[in-house]
Design a protein around this ligand. Structure first.
Ligand code: NAD
Length: 342
């Protein structure tokens, strides 16, 4: 199959591109340049791709041109400004990228006859956070207090409205939460901060050590996306529909940031105490859990890695690469181990 992945130079996009290549698919990418030291860069993924377009998704003409040139069978739209704190610093960039970027993809794919399935990636943060303990299910209300959450809720509603109004290829929206894994270099995310502290033998600095978050390995999340695409391909709907799906970890993976950091340093082989940095600059939402029972019941998807294994695999990736192993081999090795579990 011929895939067009937007956001392929990012954290999830690099893992996804390698997984699709390993399955024998043709992969085309549309993104901005990778961050220095990112998985995409250190694993040298660019030469493995059939095409690698460095295009700003806010530019409709460029998105149309790439889509026409690739004529994909499948589109996975992940390109976004994905960070809450950055969205306070740059709300306009966040909105334009996440909302109008999604609009440009929807419009371009509607004009492209080859597409058999399209997946739009949003987030758990699309749900209106009413501080409920139970997980949010797909039918719950959407909302978003911070600019990032609002932009993704808008992209989600836009996608549903677009398909209802104008049709287009079979489309699904996937909502997942915090993911962890080797090769993430995004600022403001926990594991890049922990690992750089451990490498330099200093205490990790935590903004919210008591905050409970759901933790899921990136491969479990991507497995959800790929399972969903299989279901779109195997049961094409006669009418234009847009379904929504949660792919979150179960409640045993809801763990305070401080405990995750302690476990990570144990897997690293040292006990390094973390320090609390005090007042956070920006508001970050309280725990938001997903109810993923729809995906389990209807798609047969479930998380393969426990919370501990997800942390262990993540730390192992960074440690192997730090000690000189080839990042591409380490990543492919984890993809193969994950597949062997199914
Ligand atoms: N990583 C997580 O924990 C998490 C959680 C929930 C949802 N998500 C969603 O998953 C998707 C991927 O996230 P990630 O963690 O890989 O992010 P990332 O920051 O690592 O990658 C973002 C990608 O989007 C591209 N991009 C950003 N702005 C662009 C623009 N204007 N034009 C073209 N490309 C642009 C970047 O080049 C990069 O390839 C995003 O849609 C994000 O909202 C991520």
């Amino acid at each position: 199959m011929r895939y067009l992945v937007t956001g392929h130079t990012g954290f999830k996009g690099a893992w996804l591109s390698l997984w699709l290549l390993q399955q024998g698919h043709e992969v085309h990418g549309l993104s901005l340049d990778p961050e220095p030291g990112s998985l995409f860069e250190v694993a040298a993924i660019a030469p493995e791709l059939t095409s690698d377009s460095r295009v700003d998704i806010r530019n409709a003409d460029d998105v149309h041109r790439v889509m026409r040139g690739v004529s994909p069978d499948i589109v996975i739209h992940m390109a976004a400004q994905p960070l809450v704190r950055e969205s306070y610093r740059n709300p306009r960039w966040t909105m334009e990228t996440n909302v109008m970027g999604t609009m440009n993809v929807l419009e371009a794919s509607q004009a492209t006859d080859s597409i058999q399935a399209q997946l739009i990636i949003t987030t758990d943060k699309v749900y209106r956070n009413v501080n409920q303990v139970a997980g949010y299910a797909e039918g719950d209300s959407l909302g978003g207090d911070d600019p990032y959450s609002a932009s993704k809720a808008m992209a989600d509603i836009l996608t549903q409205s677009w398909v209802t109004s104008f049709g287009g290829p079979p489309t699904a929206i996937a909502r997942a939460g915090n993911v962890i894994g080797g090769g993430d270099v995004s600022k403001d995310r926990l594991f890049p901060d922990i690992v750089s502290a451990l490498i330099q033998n200093r205490a990790p600095q935590l903004r919210y050590p008591q905050a409970v978050r759901p933790w899921q390995h990136v491969l479990d999340c991507l497995h959800g996306y790929l399972t969903l695409i299989d279901s779109l391909l195997s049961a094409p709907s006669p009418n234009a529909t847009c379904s929504t799906w949660n792919f979150g970890p179960d409640s045993t993976s809801f763990v305070p940031v401080g405990d995750v950091t302690t476990l990570a340093s144990r897997f690293w082989g040292e006990h390094v105490a973390w320090e609390c940095t005090g007042d956070p600059e920006f508001h970050e939402a309280n725990l938001l859990a997903l109810d993923a029972s729809k995906a389990t019941e209807l798609l047969g998807w479930r998380n393969q890695l426990t919370f501990e294994s997800a942390v262990e695999w993540t730390i192992k990736w960074f440690q192997d690469v730090e000690s000189g192993s080839d990042p591409l081999s380490v990543t492919m090795g984890q993809i193969e181990s994950f597949q062997a579990m199914q």
